[in-house]
Write a protein of this length. Structure first.
Length: 170
């Protein structure tokens, strides 16, 4: 991950509910090309990480959230014509603590994510898109975003999952 990753993660850790730093188990990240096929790659990357961490039961909810966050980054946060950029502008981070899992997607946009009104009185109530952040909110325990610090431009949108206590055989 290097210094770029630690610069990105420090504000994220500050924005999350308090976690004992000694309980960090692992973290992984991957770059995602500016193509919609990257959403599938993000799900596969997530599945592999959750299998390594023995968190297979969480895959459906986490994969849904990862899909929504990555799709939003690709759809709304990339500058026009960035598909041929040498450095992929979107990055997925998965961080696992003893009792929590965080999915975070970094993108180059300074725009804050906005959940669209999906109430029955809204004229776009039946629209096929615009519900992603509502799904993230419904499936995860909490979510948020923050601008990047330091020399990096953009933001990170994250979702937190509380994990069930580990059960040890008697």
């Amino acid at each position: 991950m290097g210094t770029e990753g630690s610069t990105m993660l420090e504000p994220l850790r500050q924005g999350l509910p308090p976690v004992d730093p000694t309980s960090v188990s692992s973290s992984v990240s991957c770059s995602l090309a500016a193509r919609y096929e990257s959403v599938k790659g993000a799900r596969e990357f997530t599945k592999s990480a959750l299998q390594r961490w023995e968190l297979n039961e969480q895959f459906d909810d986490v994969a849904l959230v990862v899909s929504e966050l990555v799709t939003n980054a690709l759809r709304h946060a990339l500058p026009r014509g960035s598909s041929g950029a040498p450095d992929p502008p979107v990055r997925l981070h998965l961080m696992h603590w003893t009792s929590r899992l965080v999915c975070a997607v970094r993108d180059p946009s300074d725009e804050c994510p906005v959940a669209r009104d999906t109430s029955p009185g809204d004229p776009d109530f039946a629209a096929e898109c615009g519900r992603g952040l509502h799904l993230v909110e419904a499936v995860s325990d909490s979510w948020g975003w923050h601008p990047l610090a330091g020399t990096l431009r953009g933001k990170v949108v994250w979702a937190l999952f509380r994990l069930p206590p580990t059960r040890f055989p008697l």
